[in-house]
Design a protein. Structure first.
Length: 114
């Protein structure tokens, strides 16, 4: 079955950087469009970046120019490089298919605070 394991979150000061990892099993990430989502307390889950099976990327406006999604086919892993982090980026981050159709992982907490 599909299993997604997110890691790499933590506490970082505003302006800092983190790299999140999403290790997948049960699916081949290069055959799918994979996205990074985030959910802040009291908010709905939001799709912030996608990496299509064709190799193209898309971002929500609030993270454009700061976040970069990438993929390592050999490791079957998708990454999210987050730079110039802001307090409003604080959330639990998850990866999933473009439509959230796979079982959700536990997510990884990102906290941006001074």
């Amino acid at each position: 079955q599909v299993q997604l394991v997110e890691s790499g979150g933590g506490l970082v000061q505003p302006g800092g950087s983190l790299r999140l990892s999403c290790a997948a099993s049960g699916i081949i990430v290069s055959d799918n469009t994979v996205g990074w989502y985030r959910q802040a307390p009291g908010n709905e889950r939001e799709l912030v970046a996608t990496f299509t099976r064709f190799g193209t990327t898309n971002y929500v406006d609030s993270v454009k120019g700061r976040f970069t999604i990438s993929r390592d086919n050999a490791k079957n892993t998708v990454y999210l490089q987050m730079n110039s982090l802001k307090p409003e980026d604080t959330a639990v981050y998850y990866c999933n298919s473009r439509y959230g159709s796979w079982p959700w992982g536990q997510g990884t907490q990102v906290t941006v605070s001074s």
